[in-house]
Design a protein around this ligand. Sequence first.
Ligand SMILES: *Cc1c(COP(=O)(O)O)cnc(C)c1O
Length: 452
Amino acid sequence: MTALRGLPSVHRLITHPQVQPWVARVGHARAVKAARQVVTEARDRVRAGQAPPPLEGFVQILVRRLERMARPSLRPVINATGVILHTNLGRAPLSREALEAMVQVASGYSNLEYDLNRGRRGSRQDHVVPLLQDLTGADDALVVNNNAAAMLLILQALARRRRVLIARSQLVEIGGRFRIPDILAQSGAKLVEVGTTNRVHLEDYSRALAEQPIALLLWVHRSNFRIVGFHSEPGLDELARLAQAHDVPLVADVGSGALLDTRAFGLPYEPTVPGCLAAGADLVAFSGDKLLGGPQAGIVVGRKALVAKLRKHPLYRALRPDKLSLAALEATLRIYAREDAAQALPLWRMVAADPEQLRERAEAWRARLGVGEVQPSVSTIGGGSLPAAELPTYVLALRPRRLKAFVARLRAQEPPILARVEDDAVLLDPRTVFPEQEEVLLEALSQLLLEF
Ligand SMILES: *Cc1c(COP(=O)(O)O)cnc(C)c1O
């Protein structure tokens, strides 16, 4: 096998002048590993009868690989899908204030758990609890990693080895395998289902409460689907009265966590956090990065005695939020406090975008690219929020000859571009594209369209 002798050594590749700058960027050990892989793959091909490429060929392959390795794996993308809260794309984009707060806190030390007034240990929760109290009307609040963690903590702390009452119509899967019955099982609580899939009556609850000891009553907002037709369920306020009469806490998992009335934005009604508390829920749990428009977090608000139980539970230590999330969350809540959410939070700016302006942007894209067609379409909220909400928009529809290859090339751009594919068209929705991303987007598209 004389051909094997034609293979370059790893050392020769690593020290090649074209490779050297990339070795510095990815680190010597990782570069050596990549070079070894490239040589091994070539050896296998030679053994299979192929001729080895010249040295330049190896260098090219290796440089391409090192280039990829040097790029951050987690990085920004351009979201042209029109799905505002895309869980796979990181849900809510943060406000400028939230970003600044994170940078400030991350760059050095902070008073995360230090009470500056008293000069002693403080609680990381203190930075957001007063704001959450003011914004929701709750007695107390607690923030954990995400809403799934909040539900796990609530069930562990308040219902472990005890019974939890829930309507059959609310035994939902939120996504990513997060299922209410599973999380109940995980937390050691016993599920007691009442009613049927489509109809649940207040008497179903009261009968179950009379039959056995119940630790808590769980109400879950169907945030990601709708039941239409022959369907009914008692209202949260009716459940609250029943729960109170039986001295059983009522916990509402609203998921989406709107603080604002979504109808003011032309969206369907969505239960708000203050509304659930006013209806009589003892605890309300919601996500920080859905309709709140903040960082990933699980927020629990409600009665002091119940929140105290959560805070004291050993599991809390494993679920507590980090300083970056808290910094971003505080900044986000301050925006709500000064009633500036519609302007300062990207999420609400996108929701509120005027269709006529979106049409103008799509037209400008079309004019710049010289191809495509502007057509009416709908953007969605996504992220398991407001499944029925349809926001009228205008998209630029492109119909490249090789659709699949075109979409793959969009993803391979830097930053990657994600679009919606419908029938034989790639749809680009201006609603979720930040104005400052437009130049990069259009430049990449015009280059790419030359090939398609
Ligand atoms: C989204 C959602 C959750 C999970 O929230 P995460 O913050 O993603 O963990 C739980 N319950 C409901 C009703 C939801 O909509």
